[in-house]
Design a binder for this molecule. Sequence first.
Ligand code: HEM
Ligand code: SF4
Length: 553
Amino acid sequence: MYQYDAIDHQLVAERVAQFRDQTERFLNKELSEQEFLPLRLQNGLYVQRYAPMLRVAIPYGMLSSKQLRTLSDISRRYDRGYGHFSTRQNLQFNWPKLEEVPDILAELAAVEMHAIQTSGNCIRNTTTDQYSGVIADEIVDPRPYCELIRQWSTFHPEYAFLPRKFKIAVNANENSDRAATQVHDIGLHIKKNAAGEIGFKVIVGGGLGRTPMVGVTICEFIPRADLLTYLEAIVRVYNQHGRRDNKYKARIKILVKALGIDEFRLRVEDEWKHIKNNESTVPAAEFERLQSFFTEPSYEALTDNPGALTDKLAESTGFSRWFERNTFPHKKPGYRIVTLTLKKAGQAPGDATADQMDKAADLADKYSFSELRVSHEQNLVLADVRQDQLIELWNDCKEAGFATPTLGLLTDMICCPGGDFCALANAKSIPIAEQIQAEFENLDYLYDIGDLDLNISGCMNACGHHHVGNIGILGVDKKGEEFYQISIGGASGHDASIGKILGPSFAQEEISRVIHKLIDVYIGQRTPEEHFIDTYRRIGITPFKEAVYAKVN
Ligand code: HEM
Ligand code: SF4
């Protein structure tokens, strides 16, 4: 993984010292709330319902076991013994004390981590597929390109005060998009052209929140040398023309919509004319340098499907279920990618206790070259596990509570922190997740339902990505009472779409009944090969609507 050089160390250390001073001046009332606001935001610090919230960046989702242990240690000593993995490869601490945040940042810096630009109106942590560099069907490893964008965007003075926050995600897989690139301000799809050269399809103007939109393609192929100048042209057009008078209309998606993609593209190309081939053009040597940080670990020469593995798969349903759902084909023979699920009944999706973090770090040391990944679905990943060690790992995972074999199924949901932690919430979301997890705990039933994304947000900001859930649940406030609006038909992969609202919202205690009704319609109508989303796309919303509301009347 990327190792800081002397300049990185210096930059991060200087930022910690600067923020320590700013925090002290704020606490001494030398800085007003208003003056402190952009300073704290650019260092990942929100002020929340009950306490500040600190968002720590996990670039391209990669963590060493040492870094994870530091996060767990911080959660124990400065927080309440847990952290929350977010959908964009960040970790959030929900209860730090403002006066202690500079110390937390100093401890993070010691293990090459930081919270710089994890909030505020700047370019945020660039995210990507959690299986980058190891998944069998990837075009090329996207991490060096994420690192390039990170170095370009961190501290870029021109983009420190954009109209709104700006999120970039990168994908390098034609078969799947695990980073939800189409609902990002910019989504980059790495491609190879006929000559074997690497470039990017560029998608712009996606995003969730109040006005959810799927991004549109602005360019089919940008050669990789031109990536940064082209990104600069896009962000410049946005910086100049994005709305600053209205926070709710300030994202790039609104500008793209208002101008239309053709006019937006013309403006970007006009800007690009001036900067193309300038010093931000990236020479091949720089790509090689960045690539050199993502060298392969010392894999052994192994073969696929060792005997012990195939025997165990044949004899143990529990193991084969876990193998099929929670592990993925690795590009190296004899290895497998394993996802450790953090989702289980009674624990908020994405939350990991300090003990769980330590345990995951131990497993990474034992089975996966001391490295882990964080996924968009808020789970942890061991990317390089020997197939002949899978049985032992499975036993360890069961013991640690990481083996719930439900990846991609209804209970592997994304859920925002909601009213339990967030000042903006209209309703709680974690109890809804718990209710559904408790209701759908029968594995046979879950497997029968098959792949299904269920996403929950506590308000229309859509942190929980409810718009792009096959089933989405949104907390709404009706005269001071918490209700939930349900949408169906959203998707976040290459076929991204925004869900449609079913109709009037439901009380908290009705949610699992409604979800059951939706599933019943799907099961009654599906063809053998269809997932929930396919059946919905074929039959439309009406049968679902009728079934759900028929019972109510
Ligand atoms: C200042 C108040 C906040 C606002 C206005 C806000 C708004 C949003 C919006 C609009 C998104 C989705 C954006 C998109 O994908 O286009 C988002 C993402 C997200 N938010 Fe918030 N949010 C706020 C506070 C919080 C808090 C307090 C938490 C957690 C305690 C949180 C957790 C998340 C998470 C996990 C995501 C998913 C993407 C990510 O990790 O960046 N947000 N937020
Ligand atoms: S969706 Fe709303 S309630 Fe949930 S974390 Fe985001 S801002 Fe808070």
